[in-house]
Ligand binder design. Structure first.
Ligand code: FAD
Length: 517
């Protein structure tokens, strides 16, 4: 194997060549690639980036991950770990710094252990949502785990480490994991919570263990490489009903948000609760009408109105579900939801009891299509947003579950996107009775001249405008590095101390969540 040629930004080839030989010794030459086309794709995101990895290494076991980390340290190169690498809209597989070797954990695909009664599965980083679902269905299990809106081929570990969100029960991925197994920068292995207690019978079910909880150190972090994780699974409820509702005007949004909060607080709603604006619904249900728009962007008002009339009209579209162990419990929850929401929304539309849907392990449908919203031409049979030139930048601030705060954030975000010529597609997703994420997307066609630059400018303005108002993202993409959403000085100093203690040479993902240290 040989490295790609050095550029002004990459380190000289000699140490990289030596490192790649050491990686080949560790994992086998067939699992190390510096192939130009492969490396170029791994360095392509859904927005313009200046960086790319120097090579890709694919270890096949935890021992090989340890060997790779030691080889990297010995040769003075850094590694950038990804699990399945579907982090589209936040940076895909592109390393945060130049000169890094992409450590792809896609070959670690074991479902290591499973317990139907206690509802958990221990998985390696390459395990996808689709794979776990097939495993559960194959055993006739009652359990399920929902995946993200992008693809069931994303990894459970990568999604969780980014503290991703899903529909249905337990929408906050980071809230339903424990027992992390982590390779540190010196190649040693640590376990978190009760899995660190020798012989603990609660290793898979007691997240905290004793003493300071260490698991949080490894989520949204570059302090370790997670090689195994235990995820809690939920039983598919015996009875469930999904519901939709429509809010016709922005003015009505705060009262609806406040009503949804009270339904979550009192325990009536325990699934995810989402509200999508009209732009988002258009992007979820179709493609940009290039022919009708005669090439103009953003979408002209008359076409927006026409498309929304086809969809029945409305400004905000809500969805959630109720569930219970008996029909009576479920129906009681249903009447409570209708009683609270009916005066505030156009109508509450209920699915049939136990109708299939995306909330309890069902297919999320064609959500990835939104990445192709402005991309002309048919949707490819095997969509791949990086390869296909889709423009997607997410910016997802965490907000208090409060109607006025939500409207304030939405108004600011819509104004910034419209001013930059993009349709302001926004979803609001409740992750607890106290917190909502505003998931804002800048969707564009990377092939259109000037759009890459305009989208990045739009993101910069959006991030600054929202941060100035106290709305910071729940998760950072590559474009957020060095931006306004960094912790205060005392916290950065603590992170620096930890980084110096665990990885003084900067072997693991330098630049990723290290806030310029
Ligand atoms: C149309 C569309 C819809 C989307 N919908 C959602 C959604 O509903 N919810 C959501 O959360 N996301 C969503 N996403 C974003 C993204 O697709 C998902 O978050 C996806 O799960 C991330 O890919 P992955 O799981 O393969 O993680 P990876 O890309 O493998 O990992 C993500 C990051 O985590 C770190 N990391 C990964 N593995 C390790 C490891 N083993 N050790 C240490 N660090 C590691 C790295 O920094 C890596 O860049 C969407 C994207 C698009 C384009």
């Amino acid at each position: 194997v040989t490295a790609t040629p050095a550029t002004a930004e990459t380190p000289p080839a000699a140490p990289v060549d030596a490192a790649l030989r050491a990686f080949a010794d560790a994992v086998g030459a067939g699992h190390v690639s510096a192939d130009e086309a492969e490396v170029r794709l791994a360095g392509t995101a859904t927005f313009a980036t200046a960086r790319r990895p120097v090579a890709i290494v694919r270890p096949g076991s935890r021992a090989e991950v340890q060997a790779c980390v030691r080889a990297a340290a010995a040769h003075g190169v850094s590694v950038y770990p990804v699990s399945r690498g579907c982090n589209w809209g936040y940076g895909s597989r592109v390393p945060a710094r130049d000169g890094a070797v992409l450590l792809s954990l896609e070959r670690l695909t074991d479902i290591v252990d499973f317990d139907e009664r206690l509802g958990w599965a221990a998985v390696e980083p390459g395990v996808t949502f689709r794979q776990l679902d097939a495993f559960l269905r194959g055993r006739g299990s009652r359990l399920h785990l929902n995946g993200p809106g992008s693809t069931p081929d994303a990894s459970i570990v990568g999604n969780t480490l980014e503290r991703g969100v899903t529909q249905g029960v337990m929408p906050d991925a980071a809230a339903r994991v424990g027992a992390l197994e982590v390779v540190l920068a010196d190649g040693s292995v640590v376990r978190t919570g009760s899995s660190a207690l020798p012989g603990s019978r609660a290793a898979r079910v007691h997240r905290h263990g004793v003493g300071p909880a260490l698991d949080g150190l490894f989520l949204q972090s570059s302090l370790g490489i997670v090689t195994e994780m235990t995820v809690w699974l939920s039983p598919v409820p015996a009875f469930h009903r999904h519901f939709h509702f429509v809010v016709d005007e922005d003015d009505g949004l705060p009262a609806v948000v406040d009503a949804l909060r009270s339904l979550c607080m009192e325990g009536t709603l325990t699934t995810s609760v989402a509200l999508h604006n009209d732009w988002k619904v258009m992007a979820l249900t179709g493609r940009y009408p290039w022919a009708h728009a005669a090439g103009r962007t953003p979408l002209p008002d008359d076409l927006r109105a026409g498309r929304m009339a086809e969809l029945g009209g409305g400004r905000w579209f809500g969805e959630a579900a109720v569930h219970g162990p008996t029909t009576a419990v479920m129906e009681a929850l249903r009447s409570r939801v209708s009683e609270v929401l009916a005066p505030l929304v156009r109508e509450v539309d209920w699915s049939e009891p136990n109708a299939p849907g995306p909330f309890f392990g069902g297919d999320v449908g064609h959500a990835l299509e939104q990445a192709y919203w402005r991309r002309p031409g048919p949707l490819p049979p095997d969509p791949h947003p990086d390869r296909d030139g889709c423009g997607v930048i997410w910016h997802s601030p965490a907000l208090p579950f409060d109607g006025d705060a939500v409207l304030r954030c939405v108004d600011a975000a819509e104004a910034v996107l419209a001013a930059h010529g993009f349709e302001p597609t926004i979803s609001l997703q409740a992750v607890s009775p106290r917190c909502v994420y505003a998931v804002i997307s800048i969707l564009f066609d990377r092939a259109a001249p000037g759009e890459d630059e305009r989208a990045v400018r739009c993101h910069t303005v959006l991030a600054e405008r929202l941060a100035a108002d106290g709305f910071h993202p729940y998760r950072l993409g590559l474009l957020d590095a060095g931006g306004p959403s960094a912790p205060d000085e005392a916290t950065r100093a603590l992170l620096h101390t930890l980084r110096q203690a665990l990885d003084p040479a900067g072997v693991l993902a330098p630049g990723r969540y290290d806030f310029g240290l």
